[in-house]
Design a protein around this ligand. Structure first.
Ligand code: AHR
Length: 314
């Protein structure tokens, strides 16, 4: 906001009439508030670090707020930035999909553009500039297609869901279920949330292993790698061999899951790029410079079964 006000003041002093605020190509000099969910997973931490590094490289003053998984903390941070009028834009990584209408309207009324990153909101798209994210439904479809192929369409699956109410959990579930619905012998036999957290993934898997005959579980479908790694620990402690006795497929492509893949203890992961800061900042700059943007800027990801395959692509 300071950047825009200063620009207007200079132009007025010089006698120009400026139609709208302009921002330099990389966003140098802008102040941007970044409301992040927390640090529930290794992917989330990598994403935070990537956004901070990108801001620093561009000379953007990033105001970082960690919501510690609470939507009310995210809303409070946004309201503080709006009240202080000290940000040129807000980048929001929303913990859940619903409940954003009022604060997005308040930001719009104050003339502060909002770019959504990663998970989605269910608000009117007119209330935000764009969303930079992967396609969570596609991630679920990729995971399911791999599992169908690996098991010839016959598998009893236990599911470790992400945070309830989050787009990452509900869309991945939708995509996965859409594919297995085409195969009558692919069934979800247990499903519970592990909140995208490694320790919770382990606890939920322990409860699955005691509630079911382990021989009846063909695969774990985990909405993220951290929960998959927790499940791997639980499977090993139960005296079984993860990756063989029970297949493991998940999402994120964090470094730790490649250790498990290379050890044969996990089978497949779908990549979620943590490098969404650059397209988000590009979107802020383009918007401030008056460009029209599509409502979704997709970030691609593929399924990998080994570190070598991932490294070959990066
Ligand atoms: O919203 C994306 C998900 O959030 C990631 O897959 C998970 O690791 C994170 O916590």
């Amino acid at each position: 906001m300071r950047f825009i006000k200063l620009g207007l003041l200079i132009c007025l002093l010089l006698g120009f009439v400026v139609p709208m605020a302009q921002a330099q190509d990389g966003g140098e000099g802008l102040t941007i508030g970044f409301s992040q969910i927390g640090s529930e997973s290794a992917w989330r931490t990598a994403f935070t670090e990537a956004v901070k590094a990108e801001a620093e490289a561009r000379g953007i003053n990033l105001l970082f707020s960690d919501a510690q998984q609470e939507q009310e903390n995210q809303i409070a941070a946004m309201r503080a930035w709006i009240a202080q009028g000290d940000v040129d834009a807000i980048v929001l990584a929303p913990v859940v999909e619903s409940g954003w209408d009022d604060v997005l309207q308040e930001a719009q009324d104050a003339g502060i553009p909002v770019v959504i990153v990663d998970r989605n909101v269910d608000s009117d798209p007119d209330l935000f500039v764009t969303r930079v994210s992967s396609d969570f439904v596609h991630e679920g479809r990729l995971a399911a297609a791999w599992l169908v192929q690996a098991t010839s369409g016959q598998c009893n699956i236990v599911e470790l869901q992400g945070t309830v109410g989050s787009a990452a959990a509900s869309d991945r579930q939708t995509g996965f279920n859409e594919v297995i619905a085409m195969f009558p012998d692919m069934k979800i036999i247990r499903s519970e949330t592990g909140n995208f957290v490694r320790t919770e993934g382990k606890q939920v898997m322990e409860s699955f292993l005691s509630a079911e005959d382990p021989a009846n579980i063909c695969a774990v479908w985990a909405h993220n790698d951290d929960m998959a790694i927790g499940a791997i620990e639980a499977i090993k402690e139960a005296g079984l061999v993860p990756g063989q006795d029970i297949l493991i497929v998940s999402v994120d492509a964090i470094p730790d899951i490649f250790d498990s893949l290379d050890a044969g203890e996990a089978n497949a992961t779908v990549e979620l790029s943590p490098f969404m800061g650059a397209p988000a900042f590009d979107a802020v700059v383009a918007h401030l410079n008056g460009e029209e943007l599509p409502k979704w800027i997709p970030v691609a990801g593929k399924l990998y079964t080994s570190r070598a395959a991932y490294d070959a692509d990066h």
